[in-house]
Design a protein around this ligand. Structure first.
Ligand SMILES: O=P(O)(O)OC[C@H]1O[C@H](OP(=O)(O)OP(=O)(O)O)[C@H](O)[C@@H]1O
Ligand code: HPA
Ligand SMILES: [Mg+2]
Length: 183
């Protein structure tokens, strides 16, 4: 249950904490199978992917290495600017590495299509994507995503890492942000 002052800002809870954890466990079993016998580098995309990285990495029953990138394309609004900026780069050399990008959401797809190309150009052996959420109706570019948690309708959502104007990232659930908050 979210604090009362926050509950009023959501029109609907889309995914509970339990829904999210169960789905992450399923994705982890797939990832374990697919990467058996290979070193795995998981790359979390700050800041939105913090929660999913923390839960996914702890659920994986194998060694992983973790690194982080910070990119931003949304600023303080609810629409992608389409311009992706690197705010913090990886510390790891990607040459010949198997890389799994971990993201909270694919909305327009602009961030991940740009990021995948960027990481592939560094000589990685493979670059795959795991995203907790995807909004199929919002896609502006097609992104090939190997692991998707949930497909959701085209509303602005917050919680579990996802923000509006840097708030709501700390919610345990994912909910639809009420229009009165941003209009
Ligand atoms: O598919 P897209 O339309 O590109 O949107 C998805 C991206 O937008 C959000 O990040 P944001 O740029 O807001 O930064 P943040 O993770 O720090 O919140 C989200 O975390 C994804 O990275
Ligand atoms: O629906 C969203 N909510 C929060 N951040 C986002 N970044 C892209 N889409 C979203
Ligand atoms: Mg954001």
């Amino acid at each position: 249950m979210e604090p009362a002052e926050i509950q009023g800002d959501l029109t609907e809870v889309l995914l509970s904490e339990a829904d999210i954890h169960q789905r992450i466990a399923e994705l982890c079993r797939e990832i374990e199978r697919d990467y058996e016998g290979r070193e795995l580098l998981v790359v979390g995309v700050l800041k939105g992917a913090v929660m999913v990285m923390a839960d996914l990495s702890r659920e994986l029953r194998r060694h992983v290495q973790m690194d982080w990138m910070a990119v931003s394309s949304y600023g303080a609004g609810t629409q992608s600017s389409g311009v992706v900026r690197i705010l913090k780069d990886l510390d790891t050399d990607l040459t010949d590495r198997d890389v799994l990008i971990v993201e909270d959401i694919i909305d327009s797809g602009l961030t991940l299509s740009w990021l995948r190309e960027n990481l592939e150009s560094r000589g990685a052996a493979s670059v795959e994507i795991c995203a907790l959420l995807r909004k199929p109706e919002a896609a502006k570019v097609d992104v090939d995503v190997k692991y998707v948690g949930f497909e959701i309708p085209n509303h602005f959502v917050v919680g579990y890492g996802l923000d509006y104007a840097e708030r709501y990232r700390n919610l345990r659930a994912v909910g639809i942000l009420a229009p009165h908050v941003y209009s």
